[in-house]
Design a protein around this ligand. Structure first.
Ligand code: FES
Length: 111
């Protein structure tokens, strides 16, 4: 049997670590995974619906996972967001694919 799930780790804004299985066959992005597991209160993440326009889904990438390149809109949004670090990415721009196996991220503070 082909298991399309990947294992990822998400540290929530309270500092709690969650080991999560995320499906790779549902066209979900990381922000939607956080929402579906309710790891951040409703209304504090995914505010723009995944359009790279709000930065509420910002997270810090802790693993060495090779991520898709940042597109211009993501880069532009992060240049205006608060609490941005070198390893910041927008969760809504990271699709759940088999390559994301082992991904570990920490949610950025609410801004
Ligand atoms: S959900 Fe708005 S930038 Fe990701």
């Amino acid at each position: 049997m082909n298991n399309p799930d990947i294992n990822i780790i998400i540290i929530d804004r309270e500092g709690e670590t969650h080991k999560i299985e995320a499906p790779t066959d549902m066209a979900m992005n990381l922000m939607e995974v956080v929402r579906s597991y309710e790891l951040a209160p409703e209304g504090t993440i995914g505010v723009c619906g995944g359009m790279a326009m709000c930065a509420s889904c910002q997270c810090y990438v802790l693993s060495e996972t090779e991520l898709p390149e940042m597109q211009d809109d993501e880069e532009a949004m992060l240049s205006e967001a608060f609490y941005v670090k070198d390893n910041s990415r927008l969760g809504c721009q990271i699709q759940m694919t088999p390559e994301m196996e082992g991904l570990e991220v920490e949610l950025a503070p609410e801004s």
